[in-house]
Design a protein around this ligand. Structure first.
Ligand code: AMP
Ligand code: ZN
Ligand code: FE
Ligand code: FE
Length: 286
């Protein structure tokens, strides 16, 4: 049987709702053979996920980096998945910490903006719900739900809320620097949901070609935010640029409706990814 490989999930180390240990258990229960933990801007979930790894499941340690492309005004935000990098690489460690700090600043400012408009949400309470994990807009979304202003997380990401009106930029890492840094740390960089036009403007293919030239290894094609046409386009681009193609759920627990293993990566692409890494190894539990 073809192994089931899901290379993009979030735990409570960022904006998911399952703890890292619960996440790997849920991945085994969902029938996955390989799961990657890719929390936003942190490796804090790696150790607890590893300790709880159920038999038969392989763990890929990774992260999803908040990046920015300065080729357009205003600069565009994009996400880079980074796999199997050295978590102690000093420059990468410093950048991750800086991005988490930028998230705190942006979160607090967002709450100030909401409060100035009479919306009753409180920053200390939101911070508490993040439980020490990387704070993100989904945590603010939950506060809007608790305040009875929206019914669902996706409604909280509508244009009148966190999607536009109360959407503030944060100081992310330049995407070219991020690709180089992930490679320098022995990791494998893959562009997350590069065509997710539902989330906002998408970057041009020319940028993806430039990133491929400096070390980008792959593109995430199969993702719930891509339409069938967008998935096909990403596959075509990957073939042109000789990049590997991944598919993944981008599971966030109850912060999203998607299930673990909803989209998966082909074993050949996965093998290529592992072969390209030299930071840390994938881990198979006994
Ligand atoms: P942030 O990294 O704080 O800017 O928040 C981005 C995160 O918000 C993504 O990783 C998703 O978890 C979540 N998100 C973004 N857009 C939506 C949406 N339309 N519906 C639900 N969650 C979303
Ligand atoms: Zn997220
Ligand atoms: Fe993302
Ligand atoms: Fe994600």
């Amino acid at each position: 049987m073809t192994p089931r490989i899901d290379l993009h999930t979030h735990s409570t180390a960022s904006d998911g709702t399952l703890g890292p240990a619960e996440l790997v258990r849920a991945a085994a229960e969902a029938g996955l053979d390989v799961v990657a933990i890719t929390d936003h801007d942190t490796t804090a979930g790696w150790a607890p996920a590893l300790r709880a790894l159920p038999p038969g499941l392989r763990l890929v340690r990774g992260a999803e980096l908040s990046c920015r492309w300065y080729g357009e005004q205003p600069p565009m935000s994009l996400h880079l998945l980074a796999y199997l990098f050295d978590p102690d690489h000093p420059e990468l460690v410093a950048e991750l910490a800086r991005m988490r700090a930028a998230r705190l600043t942006r979160g607090e400012r967002t709450v100030e903006l909401l409060r100035a408009d009479g919306v009753d949400v409180r920053w200390p309470e939101i911070l508490a719900t993040a439980g020490g994990g990387t704070v993100g807009r989904p945590h603010i979304a939950q506060a809007l739900i608790r305040a009875g202003l929206v019914a669902t997380t996706s409604a909280a990401f509508g244009p009148e809320w966190l999607g536009e009106r109360y959407r503030l930029p944060k100081e992310d890492i330049d995407v070219f620097q991020a690709v180089r840094l992930v490679r320098a740390a022995g990791g494998v960089p893959v562009f997350a949901h590069p065509r997710a036009s539902r989330r906002g403007p998408v970057v041009p293919d020319t940028l993806i070609a430039e990133l491929a030239a400096v070390g980008l290894a792959g593109l995430e094609a199969d993702h719930e935010d891509h339409s069938p046409a967008e998935r096909a386009h990403v596959r075509g681009l990957a073939a042109d640029l000789d990049l590997l193609v991944t598919g993944s759920s981008d599971f966030h627990g109850t912060h999203k409706t998607v299930r673990l293993g909803a989209f998966t990566t082909a074993p050949e692409a996965y093998e290529r990814l592992v072969a390209a890494s030299s930071g840390v190894t994938e881990v198979a539990s006994a």
